[in-house]
Design a protein around this ligand. Sequence first.
Ligand code: ZN
Length: 299
Amino acid sequence: MLQKYCDLKEIKGKKIYIVEKHNLAFIAWVDHRNTLSQSPALISLDHHTDTHKPFVYYISEKCIQEGIMLDDIDYPKYAQQLLDKIDIHNLDTVIEAANNLKNDEQIKVALNKDILSKVFIISYSESNDKPASFEEDEFLKNYYPMQLLKGYEATLPFRPKRPYTYPDSKLYIVGNECYAGCNKMPHDDDCTLPHFNQAIESEFLLDKLSIINQMSPGIVKNGSLNTDYVLDIDLDYFHTTKSIQPNDASIFHKLIHGAGAITIAKELGWVANWRNEYDSTLDSQYILQQLLDHIQTAL
Ligand SMILES: [Zn+2]
């Protein structure tokens, strides 16, 4: 039954679950969770942040079918009923839930059901940390009016320097303004491709891990996570062929090596979008094969 939704491979004893759409990774996360006594963390590499509310698309579709306005229903109550129906030891309920999720709603459901304990998302669609650090928050409060009046550059000398401190959260979006080493302020269109090309470059991932360690002090050790975690990769994280061919893959390989399991979402439609938009050589089958080669090498 699981195999209908996940192509499950085992490489040197590590489970690799490959799914078509990201919401189906939920089934894999449950399968892995059921082998553990405690829920693992998740590091997700994805173009999108995938942090929409549980079942919001399904519920709004239902409303349309029944001619009801979404505003007229009690969304939290309806969503809770759907969450309550999920029994992680009953695969049918897990599959039903996964199929009712859109491909950006699975993370909050997994946190809600204690399938994941903590989530760190490295994405290209969000450039700021979420939640914001106390330092950035303070900075924006004081300098945002100046930024509006005089432009972004006027506030830069006042911008606090890392390390930052963060409010406690189960879900962190890791700031991703530009590629590691970019000194341009503000960043511009010339930054886009080098930023994409650094996707799994060690220099870039070390920068992200440093932020993760500020978000959750002590969680990063020797270039990997010091806790049980799943590495989750959406192929739409890769926008160019170069992005899967880093000059230095050592940190990416450490992340692979340290993961309890790996989930890969193919999201072919999104990869095709990037082929049209950024790199005509981009090919999802090639990206997947290269990714599996990285996994093989890392293990
Ligand atoms: Zn830049």
